[in-house]
Write a protein that binds this ligand. Structure first.
Ligand code: ATP
Ligand code: MG
Length: 366
């Protein structure tokens, strides 16, 4: 039996994609895509959402659209299997957002922990938050439900958005009819290190807006430089000192990327990550050695991505054409959902012959 799963995710074109995106969401998307157990898979570039906190920098969003598209193709998203589209090209999303706005209170939005953190990060203070940014969880609910998405593979920071979406769907269906909209499920990475990969500074999560990223498109030299200057354990000063694993970014990245066969290939002194961690904690293992190992693993992972990117960069008009076609396909799907929504909301006046007949009758009897 064919699967009825509809998979959907997106990324903001606020910069090139980084290894946090890769372990948090991209790697899973490609795996789901290639396993083929779905009815449809959508991946979109959230340019309209990116504008909510970049209103005075439209050029940034415009320039990064193609970068994100190239990142998608280079990690293995395939437009033959996945509908890749641009959010702003689907006006139905605005319409659905507009209807959803009536179902969410200001206090509910203020409770969203991810938005709270993001407001702080962006330095918005008091009531200076753009209304569009404040309400983006509502627009995200429209992004998801317009395509009847059942599964959304994202990083942990998206949990509050999915919860908000489910609340809206339940409220909507309760008022306008069960089954009108579909409640989505979040698909989180199964590896804890991938839920929210920290930045190379070890502080917050790796994020385009914080400048603490290893980009998928970094050169081998850039990658090495970033790995070698990564945050580790500040108390591990001399090689003999016992080291700490918790909060040690290098080990978090090894948790996210290393496999036993990496040890066999690059560091046969250890069988697996547990053995390496034990030695580090015991003392006698220097940071540089561990960083060199991490660099080899990341280089092995990223080199093919970098190579594929170079190939796609040779034909940029074809990449835009791919996005245009994907947006056309996506728009048809969203339009079908909006027809259903307008009908459920009783605002499909001109398609409702019964309404027109009843009104005609009522008025003729006046
Ligand atoms: P911005 O700073 O502009 O918000 P971002 O780096 O947070 O950019 P998004 O486009 O907001 O990236 O996120 C896209 C997807 O990648 C989401 O599913 C998000 O959960 C996931 N993601 C982003 N950063 C990380 C991270 N550090 N670890 C795991 N997943 C991440
Ligand atoms: Mg983000």
């Amino acid at each position: 039996m064919a699967s009825d799963k509809i998979i959907l995710t997106g990324d903001r074109p606020t910069g090139r994609l980084h290894i946090g995106h890769y372990v948090g969401s991209l790697r899973r998307r490609v795996q789901i895509q290639d396993e083929g157990d779905y009815k449809r898979m959508y991946v979109f570039i959230a340019d309209a959402q990116a504008l909510t906190d970049n209103v005075d920098n439209p050029e940034k969003v415009r320039q990064n659209l193609i970068e994100v598209a190239l990142d998608y193709l280079s990690v293995g998203l395939d437009p033959e299997k996945t509908v890749i589209y641009v959010q702003s090209q689907i006006p139905e999303l605005c319409e659905l957002t507009f209807y959803f706005m009536n179902m969410v209170t200001v206090s509910r939005l203020q409770r969203n922990p991810t938005v709270k953190t993001e407001i702080q990060m962006r330095g918005f203070s008091g009531e200076s938050i753009p209304v569009g940014f404040f309400t983006y969880p509502i627009s995200q609910a429209a992004d998801i439900t317009a395509f009847d998405a059942t599964h959304v593979p994202v990083g942990e920071d998206q949990k509050p958005m999915l919860e908000q979406t489910c609340e809206i769907v339940r409220r909507f269906n309760n008022i306008y009819g069960e089954g009108t909209l579909t409640e989505p499920k979040i698909v989180l990475p199964d590896n804890a290190a991938c839920l929210r990969l920290p930045g190379t500074d070890g502080k917050a999560k790796m994020s385009k807006s914080l400048g603490n990223c290893i980009y998928l498109s970094d050169t081998a030299q850039e990658l090495k430089k970033k790995v070698m200057s990564m945050y580790t354990d500040p108390l591990h000063i001399h090689v003999e000192d016992p080291g700490h694993i918790e909060g040690n970014t290098v080990f978090t990245y090894l948790d996210a990327f290393s496999r036993p066969d990496h040890f066999a290939e690059y560091w046969p002194e250890y069988q697996n990550l547990d053995e390496l961690k034990e030695h580090y904690q015991r003392g006698g293992l220097g940071d540089m050695k561990v960083k060199k190992f991490l660099n080899k693993i990341l280089e092995e992972t990223l080199a093919p991505v970098r190579e594929r990117r170079k190939e796609y960069e040779q034909d940029i008009p074809a990449v835009y054409e791919m996005l245009r076609k994907g947006s056309e396909t996506a728009r048809e799907a969203a339009a079908a959902t909006l027809d259903r929504v307008r009908h459920a909301m009783k605002i499909d006046y001109f398609d409702d012959a019964q309404l027109i007949a009843e009104q005609a009758k009522a008025f003729s009897q006046k």
